[in-house]
Ligand binder design. Structure first.
Ligand code: ADP
Ligand code: MG
Ligand code: ZN
Length: 647
C-alpha cells in the first residue's frame, strides 16, 4: 500500500511536469523557479518535498492505526478475565479506554499485545491480577493523545497548504500575472529583429521619407550627438486603420537593425490599478538596457485619451498615462531609445502627450493612391501564383479607397477562391470577385465613396486647382488628390506658399476667395448644380470677406475704417472671442450685404474663368479620376502654364 501510494504521487508529479514542458517552459506555476524544496530544478524528474512530507505523515498515521488494529483482537471482559486466569496473558496495560493484555500467542511465541477489552467496573479485577502474579501498569491518557492531537492539528494545516498550492498551479497564467505584474508581458513582445524593411511597405512614400531620419539616427547616433543635435524621441504615426502604421514601425526597426519592443495601448489597461504603470516602467527599463532600440506603442489612444474629455476618470488609465509621460521625460534622445506610437484618432489624445519632448513629431500615413495600391498589390502577390493574364494595375484602379490591409486581404481572398475552384493559379476573375466581396464589407463600414461622388470630388478639386493656376499671386498648386483622408475630407488641393507672408494686398485676399470658391464653381460649370461638398470652402471664403470689411477697411462705405476693436493678443489666447463689435445695427446690415456682394461677385468671376477653361477642366478632372493624385509638374503641363516659380 505504501509503495503504491508513492508511485501514484510520482506519476502525478511527472504528468504535471510534462504539462509544463508543453507550454514551452513559461508560466509553469511558481514552484518551477522559486521552490527551495524542489529536488531537481527544472529537470524532467521533479519531486517536490511537499508531497514527500505529506506522504510521510499519512504513513505515520496509518502505521499507528494499523499497529493498533493488528495488535488488538477485542474480546469481552469476561473472556479477558478467563484468559488471565488461564495464564494466557502475562502482562496487562490499563488505559482508560481499553485494557490490553500481552501474552503468549497460539504458537507459544511471547510478546506483542494480543488482546484488548473494554473495561468493566470490577473491583475484583486488580486482586485477580495480583493473585495470578501478572504485572500490570496504567497508561496515562496523554501519551496517546499527544500523537493524535499533533495529527489533528498538523494534518488540516498540511492539507490547507496542499490545496493552496494546487490552486496556484490551476490558475496558471493568471496567478503568475498577479504576482509578477507586467514582467512577463513585456518580455513576450520584445520581437528582436523584425525582419521587415521599408521594401515591404509601399504607397506611403512621404511617411517613409520622414522615418528615414529615425533609421539614420539609430544607425549612426554619434553623427547627431557630436553636433549636439536633438533627434525627436517620440514619433506619432497617424492614419486610418490598415494603412500600415504597425508595419512601418517594424520596418524602421528592421532597417536600422535594432530590437523592437511592441506593446498595444490596450495591454496597459488592466483590471488592477497600477499594473499598467508597472508595465510601462518595465518596458522602458528593458528598452534602456537594449538601446539602441525602438519602443512601439500601438493604439496609443487606448491610454492616451485626453484626461479632460473623460467625464468619469479612469484611475488606471490615468496612472498609466502619467507613468508614460514620466518615462518619456526621463531619458534624453542620446540613450538611443526612440518611441514610435500609432493612432487613428489623434484628436482624442491628451495634449500633454503631444508637447515638445514627447510625441512632438507626427507623421501622417495616407491611404494609398493608384500607384501606391499597385505597389502594395505587387508586394503581397509575391508569394502567390498569379496567371500571366493578371493585370494588377486594373485591380488597383478598381479599388479606390482601399488601404494596405484591404489589398492584402483581396490577394489572399483571391488565392482562396482559386483553390476552391481547383486551380493552381490566381486569375483576374478571382481578384475581381475578391474585390466585390471586400467592397461589400467596406460599404457596410462606410469607408467607400461611390463613383458618382468620386467624380464630383474630382471636378471640385480641379476647380480649386485651375482657379489657383489662373489667379495672379495665388499660391502655386503642389498636389491635387481625390484620395479620401480622415473624416470629411474627400480630396484636397495642396498649395504651398512660395514664401512666408505677413502682409496681404487686397487683390491677394480676393484671389484667395476665388480659389476657395473654385470648387463649387467647377461643380456649377460641369453639372449645372451644386453639392454640399463646398461647405468648408464657403465658410473660409466668407471669413476672409468679413475681415476685409470689418477689420481691414476694404469696403466702399467704410473705406479705411476698422469696425472691430482688436483685443490685446497677449491678454490670453481667447483671440476671436475678444473682438468686440463697435458699430450699429445699420452698419451690421451693411456689413452683411457687403460680404454677400463680394462673394457673389467673385463667384461670378470664377465661374466665367472656368467656363472659358472648360476643356482644361475636363482634361484635368478626367486625369485625376484616373490617377487620383496629380503632382505639380503634370498639372502645370496640362494647364499649359509653366510650373510657377518663386517670384
Ligand atoms: P495599421 O497598424 O495602420 O492599422 P498594419 O500595419 O497593421 O496597419 O497593416 C496591416 C497589414 O496590412 C500589414 O501587415 C500589411 O500586410 C498590410 N499593409 C498595410 N499597409 C501596407 C503598405 N503600405 N504596404 C504593404 N502592406 C501593407
Ligand atoms: Mg496597427
Ligand atoms: Zn473644396
Amino acid at each position: 500500500m505504501k509503495d503504491n501510494e508513492d508511485d501514484n504521487r510520482l506519476q502525478a508529479n511527472k504528468k504535471k511536469d510534462d504539462d509544463c514542458w508543453n507550454k514551452k517552459g513559461k508560466d509553469c506555476g511558481p514552484q518551477r523557479n522559486d521552490n527551495p524544496f524542489s529536488f531537481f530544478k527544472g529537470g524532467k524528474f521533479k519531486f517536490s518535498a511537499w508531497y514527500f512530507f505529506i506522504a510521510l505523515l499519512i504513513l505515520m498515521f496509518l502505521n499507528t492505526f494499523l499497529a493498533q488494529q493488528r495488535m488488538a483482537s477485542t474480546v469481552s471482559f469476561s473472556e479477558f478475565k478467563q484468559l488471565v486466569r488461564d495464564g494466557q496473558i502475562t502482562q496487562v496495560q490499563l488505559s482508560p479506554d481499553f485494557y490490553y493484555g500481552r501474552g503468549t500467542s497460539a504458537d507459544g511465541e511471547s510478546g506483542g499485545i494480543t488482546y484488548r477489552t473494554v473495561p468493566v467496573e470490577d473491583p475484583g479485577f486488580i486482586p485477580l491480577l495480583d493473585e495470578e502474579g501478572i504485572s500490570y501498569s496504567a497508561v496515562s491518557q496523554r501519551g496517546t493523545n499527544m500523537l493524535s492531537t499533533l495529527i489533528s492539528w498538523i494534518l488540516p494545516l498540511v492539507l490547507l497548504i496542499f490545496v493552496w498550492r494546487l490552486m496556484f498551479k490551476r490558475m496558471g497564467n493568471m496567478g503568475s500575472d498577479v504576482m509578477t505584474f507586467g514582467k512577463n508581458r513585456s518580455q513576450i513582445v520584445a520581437e528582436g529583429q523584425t525582419g521587415v524593411t521599408f521594401a515591404d511597405v509601399a504607397g506611403a512614400d512621404e511617411a517613409k521619407e520622414e522615418l528615414e531620419e529615425v533609421v539614420d539616427f539609430l544607425k549612426n547616433p554619434r553623427k547627431y550627438t557630436v553636433i549636439g543635435g536633438k533627434v525627436p524621441k517620440g514619433v506619432l504615426l497617424v492614419g486610418s486603420p490598415g494603412t500600415g502604421k504597425t508595419l512601418l514601425a517594424r520596418a524602421v526597426a528592421g532597417n536600422a537593425g535594432v530590437p523592437f519592443f511592441r506593446m498595444s495601448g490596450a495591454d496597459f489597461v488592466e483590471m488592477f490599478v497600477g499594473v499598467g504603470a508597472a508595465r510601462v516602467r518595465d518596458l522602458f527599463k528593458q528598452a534602456r538596457e537594449k538601446a539602441p532600440c525602438i519602443v512601439f506603442i500601438d493604439e496609443l489612444d487606448a491610454i492616451g485619451k485626453s484626461r479632460l474629455q473623460v467625464a468619469a476618470g479612469n484611475d488606471e488609465r490615468e496612472q498609466t498615462l502619467n507613468q508614460l509621460l514620466v518615462e518619456m521625460d526621463g531619458f534624453d534622445a542620446t540613450t538611443g531609445v526612440i518611441i514610435l506610437a500609432a493612432t487613428n484618432r489623434p484628436e482624442v489624445l491628451d495634449p500633454a502627450l503631444l508637447r515638445p519632448g514627447r510625441f512632438d513629431r507626427q507623421i501622417v500615413v495616407d491611404k494609398p493612391d493608384l500607384e501606391g495600391r499597385e505597389a502594395i498589390l505587387k508586394i503581397h502577390s509575391k508569394d502567390v501564383k498569379l496567371a500571366k493574364t493578371v493585370n494588377l494595375r486594373e485591380i488597383a484602379k478598381a479599388t479606390p479607397g482601399f488601404v494596405g490591409a484591404d489589398l492584402a486581404n483581396v490577394i489572399n481572398e483571391a488565392a482562396l477562391l482559386a483553390v476552391r475552384s481547383g486551380r493552381t493559379e490566381v486569375l483576374q476573375e478571382d481578384l475581381q470577385e475578391a474585390i466585390e466581396k471586400a467592397v461589400a464589407g467596406l460599404k457596410k463600414k462606410n469607408r467607400l465613396i461611390n463613383p458618382k461622388e468620386r467624380e464630383i470630388v474630382a471636378y471640385h478639386e480641379t476647380g480649386h486647382a485651375l482657379t489657383a493656376a489662373f489667379t495672379e499671386g495665388a499660391d502655386p498648386v503642389q498636389k491635387i488628390t481625390i484620395v479620401p483622408r480622415g473624416i470629411g475630407a474627400l480630396g484636397y488641393t495642396m498649395q504651398t506658399p512660395v514664401e512666408d507672408r505677413y502682409l496681404m494686398t487686397e487683390e491677394e485676399l480676393l484671389g484667395k476667395i476665388d480659389v476657395l470658391l473654385g470648387g463649387r464653381a467647377a461643380e456649377k460649370v460641369k453639372y449645372g448644380s451644386i453639392s454640399t461638398g463646398a461647405a468648408n470652402d464657403l465658410s473660409r471664403a466668407t471669413d476672409i470677406a468679413r475681415k476685409m470689411v470689418t477689420d481691414y477697411g476694404m469696403s466702399d462705405k467704410f473705406h479705411n475704417v476698422a469696425l472691430t476693436k482688436q483685443a490685446n493678443p497677449f491678454l490670453g489666447d481667447t483671440g476671436q472671442a475678444m473682438m468686440s463689435r463697435e458699430y450699429s445695427e445699420d452698419t451690421q446690415t451693411y456689413v452683411d450685404q457687403e460680404i454677400a456682394r463680394i462673394v457673389a461677385q467673385r463667384y461670378d468671376r470664377v465661374v466665367k474663368l472656368l467656363e472659358s477653361k472648360q476643356d482644361t477642366l475636363e482634361a484635368v478632372a478626367q486625369r485625376l479620376l484616373e490617377k487620383e493624385t496629380l503632382e505639380a509638374a503634370e498639372f502645370a503641363s496640362m494647364t499649359g502654364l509653366k510650373e510657377k516659380q518663386a517670384l
